[in-house]
Design a protein around this ligand. Structure first.
Ligand code: FEO
Length: 396
């Protein structure tokens, strides 16, 4: 697919893999995007694809350039979903020059041991191909230390690596103007929160670096090529990386027999009575944490609760909270509750997590023994009110 003069999409779709990184579900699949610039003088391939798709990938490349050789392989990112085909590309195109920065080649050596000619580039270096001229910008930790983006100064195309990427395979079209993009927005938030979520500051730095570029098209390594929706895509990444949130509450609870869930229900009902419209309830044993994380990135409030389990938090809540903690989230408000049957631990452990997360804590934690008492009912309502009042302070 030619997406601009001499610039071709040669990526592939994966609708087989169950879990991206063996962690994150892919209900709509995922694409591994690669781009081929078949210019007058030189041919450049930008990133590769998961090695499992090499055969179809090679056919796509050959359909564009026939027997012509590829001069450069530009490696924006070394995670194997993009670098996995480097060895085979080198085998089929032995004269290809690998282009990356210093950190790229440490990983090329470690993962693939590929030898041959290399071009080591640094911030602002350029590579002319004929009609197109490429310039390189380093964007470390978006999403690994070696990541860089490549900007085609001729047509204003930003080859952005994982930045601006999203889950979801491409169904026919690859450029946003030719498709219904509805499924990709939530998948972009989920992709960001699951994969890149810890790296808010590096993403902000990268956004500032790219802000001066006259970008007319964004070619990420996952999901649609963005042309019509560039402001929306940049705005989403900007808000997510600043940990900006909408008014709303995620209630995440761990329950074994439904008693703890009843507290969650009271909290949700009271939040609604207080005028909070965005309330998302997640039974943490039922909803994959990938989706809960995306909602925690979306909404300002989190109320977490669970039963005591072996004198610790209920394991699925602990797993969720540790995933949230691993993302260094900021700008969130938290309330919590817990239960026990004969010895209490959940509320105490929840307090430790709240401190670790550094979230602003609202209301008094609710602690329930065995099943809900009239007092617990009122305490749960008070907790919900405290959260609602805190969120409403930010209404304009
Ligand atoms: Fe899609 Fe960080 O690799």
């Amino acid at each position: 697919m030619e997406i601009k003069a001499k610039v071709h999409y040669v990526g592939v779709n994966d609708r087989t893999k169950a879990l991206f990184e063996n962690l994150w579900p892919l209900p709509y699949g995922v694409s591994y995007n690669s781009y081929l610039i078949a210019d007058d003088e030189k041919v450049a391939l930008i990133d590769t694809v998961d090695v499992a798709f090499f055969e179809v990938y090679l056919k796509k490349i050959q359909a564009v350039i026939g027997d012509r050789k590829i001069d450069y392989l530009i490696i924006n990112h070394m995670e194997p979903d993009h670098s996995g085909s480097i060895s085979l590309i080198k085998k089929y195109y032995p004269g290809i020059v690998l282009v990356g920065n210093k950190k790229t080649f440490d990983m090329v050596d470690g993962y693939y041991g590929v030898k041959g000619e290399r071009l080591v580039v640094d911030e602002g270096d350029c590579l002319p191909l004929g009609r197109h001229t490429l310039r390189f910008y380093l964007v470390p930790m978006v999403h690994w230390p070696e990541t860089m983006v490549t900007f085609d100064e001729t047509d204003g195309i930003l080859f952005s690596g994982d930045a601006f990427g999203c889950f979801g395979a491409l169904n026919g079209a690859c450029v946003d103007r030719n498709m219904n993009t509805a499924i990709y927005w939530d998948e972009m938030r989920r992709y960001y929160s699951n994969i890149v979520g810890k790296f808010g500051n590096p993403v902000q730095k990268a956004l500032k670096k790219c802000a001066g570029l006259p970008i007319k098209m964004i070619c990420s390594t996952h999901g649609p090529v963005w042309e019509e929706n560039i402001p929306q895509v940049i705005d989403m990444y900007d808000k997510l990386s600043r940990y900006e949130a909408e008014e709303g509450v995620v209630i995440a609870y761990g329950t074994m027999y439904g008693n703890t869930e009843q507290l969650a229900e009271v909290i949700a009902e009271e939040l609604s009575c207080e005028g909070i419209k965005n309330i998302v309830m997640h039974n943490v044993s039922h909803t994959h944490h990938s989706f809960i994380l995306a909602d925690v990135f979306k909404y300002k409030g989190l109320i977490a609760g669970c039963t005591t389990y072996n004198m610790h938090l209920y394991p699925e809540i602990e797993a969720l909270l540790s995933k949230i903690a691993a993302r260094d989230m900021k700008n969130r408000v938290m309330g919590y509750f817990g239960s026990f049957t004969w010895a209490s631990a959940a509320v105490k452990k929840m307090a430790e997590y709240a401190e670790k997360l550094k979230f602003e804590v609202v209301g008094d934690p609710v602690e329930m023994k065995q099943s809900m008492t009239a007092d617990n009912y009122l305490q749960a309502k008070e907790l919900a009110k405290a959260m609602a009042n805190r969120l409403k302070l930010e209404r304009k």
